[in-house]
Write a protein that binds this ligand. Structure first.
Ligand code: ATP
Ligand code: MG
Length: 215
C-alpha cells in the first residue's frame, strides 16, 4: 500500500485523537463504536485507520502492519518500545499508574516491615521494576481486567492500575497508596516507514505537534 495506516484503539483514544487527525486533514468515515469494521477509510484516499486492542497498538506499529499508532505510556512501558520511534507526547488520555489498597490497609507500614505483598495487575513488567527499585517484596499476579476486584475477594493485598478520577477505586472501597507514573498517550511511528513514507508521515506528525501546542 502506498498510503499510510494508523492504528488506534476504540474508546477514549479514538475519541481524543479525532481532533488531532482533523488538524492533519484526516477524517475517519466511520465511528468504530457503531461500525464493526476493523479497517476504516478516511476522507483521504492515502490514509486508513485500523482498530486494534489498546495493548496491541505497539505490536502493529513495530512490525509495520501500521505505520503510525497512538498508545498509552502504560502500554508502551509494558511493551518495551522496541523498533518504535516516539516523537510526541499527545497529552491525551491522561491518568496515573498507581498502587491501590483497601481503605484502612497501612501500605507504608507493611512495606517498612518488609512484608511480602501480593499485587494483582496487568502491568507485570512495569510493576516488577517499580517494586524492585523500591525494595518492596511482592508476588505479582497477572490479571487482564477489573483489577479492583482482586483485593476485595482476597486474591491480592494491593493492585497496580490506572487511576484518573479515583471513582472506580472509591466505589470499591480502595484508595491510592502510591502514585507511580504519570500516563498520557504517545504517538508511535514505525522507523522504517518514517524513512520510506516520510512525504506522507512527516506532515501528519507536524500537524499533530501543532495541534498539541495550540491546545
Ligand atoms: P479494555 O478496557 O477494553 O480492557 P484497555 O484497558 O486496554 O481495554 P482502555 O481502557 O480503552 O483500553 O484504555 C486505553 C488507554 O487509555 C490505556 O492504555 C491508558 O493509556 C488510557 N487510559 C485507561 N484508563 C484511563 C482513564 N481512566 N483515564 C484516562 N486514560 C485512561
Ligand atoms: Mg480499560
Amino acid at each position: 500500500m502506498s498510503g499510510i495506516t494508523i492504528a488506534l484503539s476504540k474508546g477514549r483514544i479514538f475519541e481524543e485523537t479525532l481532533p488531532l487527525l482533523a488538524a492533519a486533514g484526516i477524517v475517519p468515515k466511520e465511528n468504530p463504536e457503531e461500525s464493526r469494521k476493523l479497517i476504516i477509510e478516511t476522507n483521504r484516499p492515502d490514509v486508513r485507520v485500523v482498530i486494534v486492542r489498546a495493548s496491541d497498538t505497539p505490536t502493529y506499529v513495530q512490525y509495520g502492519a501500521a505505520d503510525l499508532g497512538i498508545a498509552g505510556k502504560d502500554v508502551l512501558l509494558e511493551h518495551g518500545g522496541a523498533g518504535l520511534y516516539q516523537p510526541l507526547d499527545l497529552e491525551i488520555a491522561k491518568c496515573r499508574l498507581c498502587v491501590a489498597v483497601p481503605k484502612g490497609f497501612d501500605y507504608q507500614a507493611a512495606v517498612k516491615k518488609g512484608a511480602r505483598l501480593r499485587v494483582a495487575t496487568k502491568y507485570i513488567t512495569t510493576a516488577r521494576e517499580h517494586f524492585a527499585e523500591k525494595g518492596v517484596h511482592v508476588d505479582l499476579i497477572k490479571l487482564y481486567g477489573s483489577m479492583e476486584l482482586a483485593p476485595l475477594v482476597g486474591l491480592a493485598d494491593a493492585i497496580v492500575d490506572l487511576v484518573s478520577s479515583g471513582g472506580t477505586l472509591k466505589a470499591n472501597n480502595l484508595e491510592v497508596a502510591e502514585e507511580m507514573i504519570d500516563i498520557s498517550s504517545r504517538l508511535v511511528v514505525n522507523q522504517a516507514a518514517l524513512k520510506m513514507k516520510r512525504d506522507i508521515l512527516q506532515p501528519v506528525i507536524d500537524a499533530f505537534a501543532g495541534a498539541i501546542k495550540s491546545k
